[in-house]
Design a protein around this ligand. Structure first.
Ligand code: ATP
Ligand code: MG
Length: 417
């Protein structure tokens, strides 16, 4: 028997309610803040991610699905959405549009990771990006949007963690200090961190190993190294966040797993913490577009894992309305009643009423059981009497109340158009 590949999952009908709730909420949010949808290919030139995300990152070193196609092009399944959006911005000359250009996406992403709850090899990201503007008010707006996303979804008990990781001017001195501190620690850090120290010291702060946590706690802080411009930018982000009323917590150790971030970085995490718990993350990436060969163009964005939002909605036992719930289940007894039911089904479907027509000539009792397991709101029962009088017996399945309704009035009675 075949199974879905390790780290992938089928989204079964029972989960689709959560998915559509998330997608609809995300799209409404984007409309409210003036973002437009973009869809980019599932795979890109492998170089795009190497250039953008950067060597020495977990994603590029260990997590990409890369392959050569039949004409020996090296391609990579998209591990994240920001680099493809920036590639599209450049490819389509979007710098001529009014800036910032505000784009969002909802797309499958692929990372070869160790699968666990909330961590998959194929997962989905909802993300948005604002390109072409450095104003710290935009940083605050993006953080606000991320925060509102979870409020709109009804996911509670979250915290926004905020930090600045400086820019090309001030970060080198910080990285030097950080590397110096880690070099003094010798064997205390994990094996991966020894590699990070050589290749990408900032990533040391991002380590998930327990043994490295106290080392991270005692490490030098980026804020103490910010240059004047970065310090001013950070202060203004904080000021606008205050005006927007977004609660946040400064987290000095917050860095992002990707190389292209500058200044503002933030994450949304459950108040309780825990691994695989980051529900979404973002930041400013003023260096990225230039790194991809464009003119220097600032950008800021955010991405959230859809599966982790589903997980949180389930954990807090959110109940969602099912728009696909049958409004009425048409049950019948006898051949003449079945023909009446088929005719009624035609009318109800035309009137836009969710209708399930009993099939398979089961007993009336079995049909009503079926109606209950489908969670139908009503059952309309047609027997000999109802055929003779052109009515149905309409039963409200939750309360058990019954009434006789003329067949001609049923659609209107059920709110049909
Ligand atoms: P983590 O620290 O959990 O590995 P990350 O820093 O790699 O996350 P990002 O690259 O910032 O994550 O991706 C943004 C969001 O996408 C994450 O906050 C998370 O919700 C989700 N995400 C990332 N990787 C996965 C995965 N393998 N499976 C499911 N969701 C994921
Ligand atoms: Mg990761």
């Amino acid at each position: 028997m075949y199974k879905a590949p390790r780290g992938t999952a089928d989204v079964l009908p029972a989960d689709q309610l959560y998915w559509s709730h998330i997608i609809q909420t995300a799209e409404a949010l984007c409309r409210r803040y003036g973002y437009q949808r973009i869809d980019t290919p599932l795979f890109e030139d492998a170089g795009l991610f190497q250039r953008s995300i950067g060597a020495g990152t977990d994603i590029v070193e260990k997590e990409t699905y890369s392959f050569e196609d039949r004409s020996h092009e090296l391609l990579t399944l998209r591990p994240e959405g920001t680099a493809p959006v920036c590639r599209a911005y450049l490819e389509h000359g979007m710098h001529v549009l009014p800036q910032p250009v505000k784009l969002y996406y909802i797309a499958p992403s692929f990372r070869y990771e160790r699968p666990q709850a909330g961590r998959y090899r194929q997962f989905h990201q909802f993300g948005f990006e604002a390109l072409g503007e450095t104003d710290p008010a935009l940083d605050a707006e993006v953080v606000d949007m991320a925060w509102q996303l979870y409020r709109d979804l009804g996911i509670g008990r979250l915290t926004v963690l905020l930090n600045s990781i400086g820019d090309g001017q001030c970060r080198p001195a910080y990285i030097q200090a950080l590397a110096g501190y880690y070099r003094g620690l010798g064997e205390q850090m994990c094996h991966d961190c020894q590699m990070r120290l050589e290749k990408n010291p900032l990533r040391l702060l991002d380590c998930k190993q327990a043994q490295c946590q106290p080392l991270i706690q005692a490490a030098p802080k980026m804020v103490d190294y910010l240059c004047l411009e970065c310090r001013d930018h950070f202060a203004r982000v904080e000021r606008y966040l205050g005006l927007l009323g977004v609660p946040y917590q400064i987290e000095h150790r917050l860095v992002r797993g990707l190389d292209y971030y500058t200044r503002t970085v933030f994450e949304v995490v459950p108040a309780g913490g825990g691994q695989q718990s980051t529900v979404g993350a973002g930041g400013r990436y003023d260096g990225l577009i230039e790194q991809l060969g464009g003119r220097p163009t600032p950008g800021i964005g955010f991405a959230a894992g859809v599966e982790r939002m589903v997980l949180n909605l389930k954990r807090q036992e959110t109940v969602l309305d099912d728009p696909g719930r049958p409004q009425v289940y048409l049950a019948y007894h006898g051949d003449a009643a079945k023909e009446a039911a088929v005719r009624l089904a035609r009318q109800l479907w035309d009137a836009g009423v969710n209708t399930t027509l009993a099939v398979g000539d089961r007993s009336l009792r079995a049909q009503l059981r079926h109606a209950n397991t489908l969670n139908a709101a009503h059952a309309a029962v047609i027997g000999e009497d109802e055929v003779a009088q052109a009515t149905v017996t309409l039963r409200h399945l939750e309360t058990g109340e019954q009434e006789t309704v003329p067949q001609a009035d049923l659609a209107a009675r059920l709110g049909g158009r």
